[in-house]
Design a protein around this ligand. Structure first.
Ligand SMILES: [Zn+2]
Ligand SMILES: [Zn+2]
Length: 646
């Protein structure tokens, strides 16, 4: 008999050779029906894999990420089989699951495929799936595996196998199809009820541009047709909310090939939006005791050698700038932290001066391959809402609570309601991985957990996820489309204070080392604006949006009155524009709608006679005829409902 420990700590005794499926059956019939994948002692196994020793077992269904991964990877085998049947002679390479779905990289030889071919491939793949073929794993000797693929003339699989050790090689069979595979499949193909190919793209073999370019076929699959329909609707909505599309429509930012890839150019509307976000955070930070600092965009190479960033970014990022004389070397700043350490170092501090909180909207530069660039979310230059707090270990808990308060204030004011927190701590089984002393680590981890607890955060503790230099807390935000974004990291750091020899004088008159906290509630202005665009679909909260109202005179005759209205709106601190082009009011409304301006103020004969405004809300709601005062109250009430004071 062997002992199988389940995630809840329950221990099942079972015959040696039992399978995850049998264990599921012994728990409940329902679980047995739904279990599609399993993990045994940190290794992904099949639900039919015989278990021959004591160990920990986790069972997965479609509702688990690991379950989806097995489902999607298994579908990639089916799609590969369909491709092989439709395009004989193609060479298959690899087909992993990804965050949403799977891909398969294929060498199609002289053949090319496009979206037009998707329906017939999907049809074929579904036909295969309906055959309810079991996925069966078998061990193969290296020699047999090599000869199998050499016979097929598939040099890619041969290369993969050559890098594997004899005795570790497995093939997966289903129907008439065989593939080199480590495992991690659902029980049979019949569970796959809906398959959709999403796109094709070029991809170099092993990601190396010196190699052959393959065709990457992306797809996704579901256990119910209805789930595919919902997913496709979500994709449609995501397309509408794509920040690159909205950024263009709202004239927020642009890119220029002349300026360079991955370097966003902020247009006046975008700059106004950024400015408002910065002012909002600066105001709250001031109340929270931060001091603004300013540092240059470059720093001596030695600075980053000291900080360790050169080792991390030096080789793979922008290369040093050389001066014409004196042979100095500078790097574009990849991080603001070293600069802030040197600000701390510029004067002596005693324990009474701490904490010091230095904040900066600091622009940093990191090289990203052009293929990796994506709108505002992957760029080569971006501005962090950065701050570094230097404090004593005893102050960590309070500082953490303050940063959590600030982050929650930011999230609430911007309409993010669905979020969780993750506290990342050490892996106690590998203490050598971490710098700093155990006592400090214990205190810091406890300080973070206590802070999360005291602030009532919905949090999980992940052991082994801490950086080598300190524990941290991350916020995981769910946007309006249910996608997860990591935001607002609060990171404890024992490393930089040591590398920069930062000290303060304690009450004992001795020098001590401060702890450093890195934090950025927005992360970067670029990524945050992208997230905000996709979350709100461009309908920013009223307090944030640069133009809150637009005055639309019905005809030239009413321009004077329109100007008067604009003036009084401005006196009420409403940010408004006027559209007095010689266009119909219908056209002006349509354009204001596209620009997502929250209020359209229409003024004509009637309004002028009664000294009032006709107000239309973005989206079409008619608020009727209002006085400027009533309208202003309405705007203030709405702003106060989302933007509380910090
Ligand atoms: Zn596989
Ligand atoms: Zn930092």
């Amino acid at each position: 008999m062997i002992k199988i420990t389940l995630p809840d700590g329950a221990v099942k005794e079972a015959e040696k050779g039992t399978t995850p499926f049998s264990i599921a059956q012994s728990i409940s019939e329902g679980l047995a029906r739904n279990v599609i994948s399993a993990k045994f002692n940190d290794t992904t196994v099949e639900t039919t894999t015989p278990l021959t020793e004591d160990g920990r077992l986790t069972l997965y269904t479609w509702n688990d990420d690991e379950g989806k991964k097995a489902f999607w990877h298994s579908t990639s085998h089916v799609v590969a089989q369909a491709l092989e049947e439709l395009y004989p002679g193609i060479k298959l390479t690899i087909g992993p699951a990804i965050e949403n779905g799977f891909y398969y990289d294929v060498d199609f030889g002289d053949e090319t495929i496009s979206e037009k071919d998707f329906p017939k491939i999907e049809k074929k793949a579904l036909e295969i799936a309906r055959g309810k073929h079991d996925y069966t794993m078998r061990s193969v000797s290296k020699a047999d595996a090599l000869s199998y693929y050499k016979e097929q003339g598939n040099e890619y699989k041969v290369e993969l196998i050559e890098n594997l050790d004899d005795g570790t090689i497995t093939f997966c069979d289903h129907s008439t199809f065989t593939d080199l595979c480590r495992g991690g499949h659902i029980p049979n193909t019949g569970i796959i009820k809906a398959i959709k190919l999403l796109s094709v793209a070029g991809a170099y073999w092993r990601g190396d541009e010196k190699n052959t370019q393959l065709t990457r076929v992306y797809g996704i699959s579901f256990p119910k047709q209805k789930e595919l329909t919902e997913y496709l609707q979500l994709l449609e909505e995501a397309k509408k909310r794509d920040h690159r599309k909205l950024g263009k429509e709202l004239e927020l930012f642009t890119f220029s090939q002349k300026v360079g890839q991955g370097l966003p150019l902020w247009l006046p509307n975008g700059a106004a939006l950024r400015e408002r976000l910065e002012q909002f955070l600066k105001k709250a930070q001031k109340k929270a005791g931060y001091e603004m600092v300013v540092t240059p965009h470059i720093g001596q190479k030695e600075l980053y050698v000291t900080s360790g960033h050169y080792a991390k970014y030096g080789e793979d990022s922008f290369q040093p700038i050389h001066t014409p004389k004196e042979d100095e070397e500078f790097l574009l700043k990849p991080m603001n932290c070293p600069h802030h350490c040197e600000i701390y170092n510029s004067q002596p501090f005693s324990y009474k001066d701490l904490p010091k909180r230095y904040a900066e909207f600091g622009t940093v530069y990191r090289y990203e391959q052009s293929g990796e660039l994506h709108g505002l979310t992957r760029v080569r230059g971006f501005t962090q809402d950065d701050a570094h707090i230097f404090c004593t270990t005893e102050q960590l808990n309070d500082e953490f609570k303050n940063v959590i308060d600030l982050t929650l204030y930011v999230l609430n004011s911007l309409g993010f309601e669905d979020f969780t927190a993750q506290v990342s701590v050490r892996d106690l089984e590998n203490p050598d991985k971490y710098i700093g002393n155990t006592d400090d680590w214990e205190k810091a981890e406890q300080a973070i957990i206590d802070a999360a607890e005291e602030k009532g955060l919905n949090y999980v503790v992940e052991s082994g996820e801490a950086a080598f230099y300190g524990p941290k807390l991350d916020f995981m935000i769910k946007d309006a489309l249910g996608r997860n974004w990591q935001l607002g990291t609060i990171q404890v750091d024992y490393n930089l204070p040591k590398r920069f020899d930062l000290t303060y004088k304690g009450s004992d008159n001795e020098l001590h080392r401060p702890v450093m906290i890195h934090r950025a509630p927005f992360g970067s202005m670029e990524r945050f604006v992208a997230l905000l665009l996709e979350h709100t679909g461009g309908n920013f909260p009223l307090w944030l949006i640069p133009t809150q109202a637009i005055v639309l005179p019905v005809s030239e005759k009413h321009e004077k009155y329109a100007e008067k209205v604009l003036n009084s709106l401005e006196n009420h601190e409403i940010r408004a524009l006027i559209d007095n082009r010689n266009e119909t009011v219908g056209k002006k409304i349509r354009e204001a709608e596209l620009k997502k301006i929250p209020f359209m103020i229409i003024v004509g004969e009637q309004e002028e006679a009664s000294a009032s405004l006709s107000v239309r809300r973005h989206g079409g709601e008619d608020l009727g005829s209002l006085s400027v005062d009533t309208f202003s109250d309405l705007v203030t009430t709405e702003i106060n409902s989302t933007l509380k004071s910090f």
